[in-house]
Design a protein around this ligand. Structure first.
Ligand SMILES: NC(=O)c1ccc[n+]([C@@H]2O[C@H](COP(=O)([O-])OP(=O)(O)OC[C@H]3O[C@@H](n4cnc5c(N)ncnc54)[C@H](OP(=O)(O)O)[C@@H]3O)[C@@H](O)[C@H]2O)c1
Length: 268
């Protein structure tokens, strides 16, 4: 089966392409680096020829409100139009658990628009909403640092390993379209500040990490369970302590555009 992975060079995309190929699929990593740009449309018609499935795990290069909205709206419209012309049978997109509860955030307003375009489109689809990646925790500390302390929302989350995200998205991609949303998450729930503290320790990052009831997440106020998936979520196998042991010496890989810093650290 030919499966085109939009954002196939990114954190999740590169793992996904490897896993799909291991399972015998023709997985194509499509991104600006390989001449495929979903915003300009460059290379889309060519790469989608003969494709059965498109998996969109791309991310916006800039996260200012207008830029991120423009990226997800233009990119998703272009993709769906080209998929219809190419006869693609399944559009899979990676989104975030709680997206619909995070509309105070410009980033999440853009993800809401992405999801709506897919739901209202003509291509059979599955939206996979994932919780935060373990690989994102260091960046979460960086964007939540006010120069003195790392201030994080006083809330719960259920993060997961990027490897488990890629496995779950891969299973969805080779299955039937659900025309609905599945949630995926990690096997354990933590307080956000607790886990960020545990992530920073082996990096010898001595910044003080605190839970601040006024701290925002990507510009949005959180309730205790805004980021926590529902009871039907498919759970990854990797526990945080094991991931930490296996990756402690590696640099974090989830990218975060610098423009997100100001938004994410803004206090209410
Ligand atoms: N971070 C988290 O904790 C988290 C949690 C749940 C869900 N998610 C979702 O996961 C998705 C993927 O995140 P990630 O961390 O794997 O992303 P990432 O590592 O930042 O990779 C982004 C990918 O998008 C590609 N891309 C950028 N502009 C493009 C364009 N115009 N056309 C085509 N491709 C383009 C990049 O290509 P180049 O390499 O060529 O630039 C890259 O392959 C995002 O949609 C995000 O919302 C993230």
């Amino acid at each position: 089966m030919k499966i085109v992975v939009i954002g196939g060079t990114g954190l999740i995309g590169s793992k996904l392409v490897t896993k799909l190929r291991e399972h015998g699929h023709e997985a194509i990593a499509a991104s600006p680096n390989s001449g495929v740009n979903t915003v300009t449309g460059e290379g889309l018609a060519e790469v989608l020829k003969g494709a059965s499935v498109v998996v969109d795990v791309s991310n916006a290069p800039a996260w200012e409100d207008a830029a991120v909205m423009s990226f997800f709206e233009t990119s998703t419209r272009n993709l769906l139009n080209h998929e219809a012309a190419a006869g693609v049978k399944h559009h899979v997109a990676l989104s975030v658990v709680g997206t619909d509860r995070l509309s105070e955030s410009g980033y999440f307003r853009a993800k809401i628009v992405q999801e709506k375009l897919i739901k209202n489109g003509t291509i059979p689809y599955t939206i996979v909403q994932a919780t935060q990646f373990f690989e994102f925790l260091k960046q979460l500390a960086d964007i939540s640092f006010d120069g003195k302390k790392v201030r994080l929302p006083d809330a719960l989350f259920q993060p997961m390993a990027a490897d488990d995200v890629a496995s779950a998205v891969g299973k969805v991609a080779v299955g039937q379209p659900l025309n609905g949303t599945v949630e995926i998450g990690g096997p354990e729930t933590f307080r956000i500040d607790e886990l960020v503290r545990r992530r920073l320790a082996p990096l010898n990052d001595s910044r003080e990490v605190i839970a601040d009831p006024n701290a925002l997440y990507s510009g949005a106020k959180l309730d205790e369970r805004t980021l926590v998936p529902g009871k039907d979520a498919r759970l990854g196998e990797t526990h945080f302590a094991d991931w930490l042991k296996s990756s402690a010496s590696q640099p974090p890989t989830a990218k975060l555009p610098s423009a997100a810093v100001a938004t994410a650290t803004k206090q209410s």
